[in-house]
Write a protein that binds this ligand. Structure first.
Ligand code: SAM
Length: 340
């Protein structure tokens, strides 16, 4: 293996250090954070994933299209044999949870139709054109690519999953030599996934125009602290986009599962929408509002060839799909938008 993982972060390090950058405090600690991860806490599968990335075949004349639900890499000069090698390499990076992606002839039908979430949320956002964006808990980066496709200047994602980082790099590796389908210009690649936790982001940065936290709040033992951390990432007037599991209920109501929720071990608090709005007000956000609510359907989260483990249908009560296997209300999600 010769992949130099540290080189993946050279561009973002340089951008953070540049004159006038509001990300300078992060630039100071990022090299040490990456060193700790890749040299001290080596993941058991890291080598296998790096090998899969290195063995992806080189391809010419690549075009990227980040504006479609299935974000896409295409090329007019790829043989069937090369396509098969790409597919086999990407399979090595399974399970693929967030997508969908199109790598040339290979459609990665991920566990989640993450494009559906984007369709629900994106109409409510302040324009992303020219913005610097943080996506906390960004998964494989699917939504980050959509943000770039919507005109963002720079997108930084944080997510501790090393597998998701490898999946993100697989797409970026090809996009690097790609031309943007709409503009005909080189693809803007101001997009980086840092394999860190929200807690690792230095505070207060006040550097981002928009910060997304989608599917993370309920994983945090202290949701109010998470919201305060998110506020500290934003410039004054910057926009928070917070998507999370909620319950039907009154102001003040919160569900704390006894143990698992829909088989997940690390779920702590599911507030009612009014409670979530109160949390946002108490943390100091301005004008918090719920812009959409949605019951997760069995078509939106399901097992596929690219994620062959159990999925939502297995996590619900077989007799009553309105309840989780543990008897709690089935997953119901809402998005809150507010300004710092
Ligand atoms: C349910 S997924 C949501 C992925 C994506 N944001 C979406 O909405 O489809 C939650 C993600 O949060 C990440 N995560 C969990 N704890 C985190 C933390 N403390 N900081 C950052 N990311 C975290 C997980 O690795 C996982 O990829």
């Amino acid at each position: 293996m010769n992949v130099d993982v540290f080189s993946w972060f050279d561009d973002v390090q340089a951008a953070m250090e540049a004159d006038g950058s509001l990300l300078k405090p992060w630039a100071k600690i990022l090299p040490q954070q990456l060193h700790n991860l890749f040299n001290e806490k080596v993941h058991g599968d890291q080598q296998r994933w790096l090998d899969a990335l290195e063995n992806l075949p080189a391809i010419d004349n690549i075009t990227t299209d980040l504006t479609q639900d299935r974000i896409e890499l295409s090329s007019d000069s790829i043989s069937e044999e090369t396509d098969a090698t790409v597919k086999a390499g990407l399979m090595q990076l399974s399970p693929w949870r967030k997508g969908p992606f199109q790598f040339f002839d290979t459609h990665i039908d991920t566990e989640w139709r993450s494009d559906w979430k984007w369709q629900r949320i994106s109409p409510h956002l302040a324009s992303l054109e020219g913005r610097t964006i943080l996506d906390v808990g960004c998964g494989s980066g699917y939504h980050m690519w959509r943000m770039l496709g919507a005109g963002a200047h720079r997108v930084v994602g944080v997510d501790p999953s090393r597998l998701f980082l490898a999946q993100f790099q697989a797409f970026k590796q090809y996009a690097q030599s790609g031309q943007n389908k709409q503009s005909g210009q080189e693809q803007n690649l101001n997009i980086d996934l840092l394999p860190l936790r929200m807690e690792d982001v230095p505070r207060p940065l006040k550097a981002f125009d928009t910060t997304f936290s989608m599917g993370v709040l309920y994983h945090r033992k202290s949701p109010l602290d998470h919201m305060a951390e998110l506020k500290d990432t934003l410039k004054p007037g910057g926009q928070l986009v917070l998507e999370t599991l909620v319950i039907e209920g009154e102001l003040g109501e919160v569900l704390m599962p006894e143990d698992r929720y829909a088989q997940m071990r690390n779920v702590w608090f599911l507030p009612s929408c009014d409670t979530l709005l109160l949390w946002a007000r108490r943390v100091g956000f301005k004008n918090p509002r719920i812009v959409e609510k949605n019951i997760t359907s069995l078509d939106e989260q399901r097992s596929t060839d690219w994620m062959q483990y159990q999925s939502l249908t297995d996590f619900l009560d077989p007799e009553d799909k309105s309840k989780t296997a543990e008897g709690y209300p089935a997953p119901y999600r809402a998005t809150l938008i507010a300004e710092a």
